[in-house]
Design a protein around this ligand. Sequence first.
Ligand code: PMP
Length: 393
Amino acid sequence: MNNRQLFLSHLAQTTDFPLMIEVEKAEGIFLFGPKGEKYMDLISGIGVSNVGHRHPKVLEAIQNQLEKYLHLMVYGEYVQSPQVLLAKALTDTLPSHLNNVYLVNSGSEAVEGALKLAKRFTNRREILSCVNAYHGSSHGSLSVGGNEIFKRAYRPLLPGIKNIVYGSYSDLAQITENTAAIIIETIQGEAGIRVACKEYFQALRKKCDETGTLLILDEIQAGFGRTGKFWAFEHFGIVPDILVCAKGMGGGMPIGAFIANKEVMGVFKNNPLLGHITTFGGHPVSAAASLATINALKEEKLIEQVEAKANLFKSLLIHPKIMEIRNKGLMMAVQFESFEMLKKIIDRAIELGVITDWFLFCDDSMRIAPPLVISEEEIREACQIILRAMEEA
Ligand code: PMP
C-alpha cells in the first residue's frame, strides 16, 4: 500500500474532505511533495508556522536542546532553562500584571487550564462564551465552543455555560456577579474571521471589572504576530485577566500556555486541592523552539510587516466572485457565494500549487493565513494563482 492508501485505511479520519496533500519536506512558505510537487502554504498548518516552516533559528534551538535533555520530570518540579527563559520572554511581551505562565501542550489544554483557574479563583461556576467560538475539542473546551452542531453529540457537557453574541453590546448584560469568566477569541477564527471593535472590547473589559468576572482572551489563533501586533488585544487597548495561546507559539512544535497574574495563578498551588497537572506541558524541546520563535519574530521585524502584506493581498484579490474580504492582519477570510464554489476554487488552486482551505463554522470563506515571512513577490504570485483558480474552477 502507498502512503495515501495507508492514510485512508489506518489513520483516523476527521473530515469527509481531507486535503490529502502528501508532503516530504517543508521550508519557509513552501511544502514539497514526493513527486517534485511544490506548494505555497497559505494556511501555515492553521496559524502555526508564523515564522515559516523549519525556521533556521528554531531548528538550531531544537538541535541544541536535543544535545542536553528531552523530558525530565512532570511540569513544575525541576528547574529547566528552556521553560523559565520562555516564561520570561513571554511575560516581556505582555503588560506587567500578566506575569505568571503555565505551559501546556496544546490550545485545548490551555483553555482547560484557564477555565479551571477562573472557577478556582472566583469560586463561581458560571462561564460565558460566544456563539460560533472555537476553543478546542476536549470536553471542557468544547463546552465553551459556540456551535451547537459540534456539541450536540457529546452532551451532557460542562454545566453553567451560556453563549452570548460576539460583538453585541446588549449581551454584555449577561455578565453578572455569578460569572466566573467570559472566554472570547479576540478575533473569531473558525467563525470566518470576525473582528469586534475597540469600543466593544472596552465595554467588555469594564463589565468584567464591575462584576469581578475574569476576562479570558483566546489568542491561540490570533497571537504571535498574526494580526500585526504581537498580541491581538493590543489593537483594542484592553488587557485580559487570563491569556491563552498555542499554535504559532512553538514555531512548528507543540506547546501552549495560559498566562495570568501570580496571585490568580497562585490558587493552583494551595494544597490539598489539586490544581492542574501535566506530564509533558512545556516540553523542553518545544519550549526552546518557542523561545527561538519569539526571537525570530522580533529580530526579523516580521510583525511590523504584517499590515502592508495584508493590504497587498487585499489590493490584488479583486474579482466578481469575491463577495467580501474580512481580516485583521494576515488572518484573512475571502468570502464566496457558496461552499460548492469555494471548494472548486480551493481544489483548482491546489492543483496550481497554492494551498488554502475553509473555516470550521464558515464554509463559504477561504482561509488565507500565510507564514508571516511570505515576501511581496510571493504574495503577488499566490494571488495570481488564486485568481486563475477562480476563473478556471
Ligand atoms: N482556540 C482557538 C481560537 C483555535 O483556533 C484552536 C485551534 N483551531 C483552539 C483553541 C484549539 O487548539 P488545539 O487544536 O491546539 O487544541
